[in-house]
Ligand binder design. Structure first.
Ligand code: DC
Length: 228
């Protein structure tokens, strides 16, 4: 079994996983896996290559051969797809919606499995996604399922998009979040659900530093990082 420790952070979109994972990884000096970005990249690559979002064999091939580079920068990660910077386009709601469709295909999920496991390197990995604790890293050292009310998640997504200069209405974001939750939870392969041994943390009324603090305490209690 791998020496590298793993913290999995699963949960619905907008629960704060992205920001929290990045901050925890920075604080610990661990690597970061944004698994949602991989599904978004498959969706984007499909659009570029004119592949339909229900053509499972073609999408699985695309996922297996995905030409992608993640460049860690101070505040974010720059993502290159086939050499082009797609960091901004990747975050749009359209790409998120298409990602949710391709993520329902078992062939695509299988094709991305090893690529995700390869991120596990010493001293540790923070893995952000939907099935990190249930499927990709079932032996993770600490599994946390982050939730927040749909209204709060829509509000956070709205802010995030505004900061990125992307226009979107709050009510349409709420509808999209609810539709995507339903699709992610009801799909037959790797549905969104907490692992049996996960701790669920509702972040609706918690600030980002409070969540980071809570996670760091849990890691320290388990001897995974030094006490702060
Ligand atoms: O976290 P995100 O919004 O970037 O994820 C985009 C889509 O990918 C989301 O609808 C669910 C899917 N996804 C998944 O099925 N499994 C993961 N581990 C991560 C994301």
């Amino acid at each position: 079994m791998s020496e590298a420790k793993v913290l999995t952070l699963d949960g619905p979109g907008g629960a704060g996983k992205g920001t929290i994972s990045r901050l925890v990884a920075e604080r610990l000096g661990w690597r970061l896996l944004d698994s949602g970005a991989l599904y978004r990249l498959v969706a984007l690559a499909a659009k570029r290559h004119g592949i339909a979002l229900d053509d499972e064999p073609a999408l699985a091939r695309l996922a297996a051969e995905l030409d992608v580079v993640f460049l860690a920068e101070d505040e974010s990660t720059r993502v290159l797809l086939e050499g082009d910077d797609v960091s901004r386009e990747l975050r749009t709601e359209q790409v998120g919606d298409a990602a949710s469709q391709v993520a329902g295909l078992n062939g695509v999920r299988q094709a991305l499995l090893q690529r995700q496991r390869d991120f596990r390197q010493a001293p540790g990995l923070v893995a952000d996604g939907r099935d990190m604790g249930t499927v990709v890293f079932p032996d993770a050292d600490l599994k946390v399922f982050l939730t927040a009310s749909p209204e709060e998640r829509a509000r956070r997504r709205h802010l995030q998009l505004q900061e990125a200069g992307v226009d979107a209405s709050l009510s349409s974001l709420l509808k999209e979040i609810q539709a995507r939750d339903a699709r992610d939870m009801q799909r037959s392969v790797a549905p969104l659900k907490p692992a049996e041994d996960a701790i669920t943390l509702d972040t609706t009324r918690l600030s980002i530093p409070e969540v980071v603090e809570r996670l760091t305490e849990w890691l320290a209690e388990r001897g995974l990082v030094p006490e702060t």
